[in-house]
Design a protein around this ligand. Sequence first.
Ligand code: SF4
Ligand code: SF4
Length: 75
Amino acid sequence: MNMRHTSKANAAGKCENLIRYEINDDCTGCTKCAQRCPVDAIQAKPYELHTVDNELCIKCDICKQICPVDAVEIK
Ligand code: SF4
Ligand code: SF4
């Protein structure tokens, strides 16, 4: 594995496949992410704070790109 681009990787040495997608309080519950997620890792709950099921999430980044209020964070 090429680690040159991860010189600032966290102390535990975690790789990219262990990142998590999380939705913060800025979420307006527009459901756009839930509608676009290819693996249904986000359940649509209109006007409520949405959450990512990281067991299902394949890190495709669509939710982060589609979110109109930038509420999706990569942890
Ligand atoms: S990154 Fe992709 S798979 Fe993961 S929750 Fe977002 S849209 Fe779904
Ligand atoms: S797209 Fe953004 S604002 Fe809309 S439900 Fe998803 S996280 Fe919330």
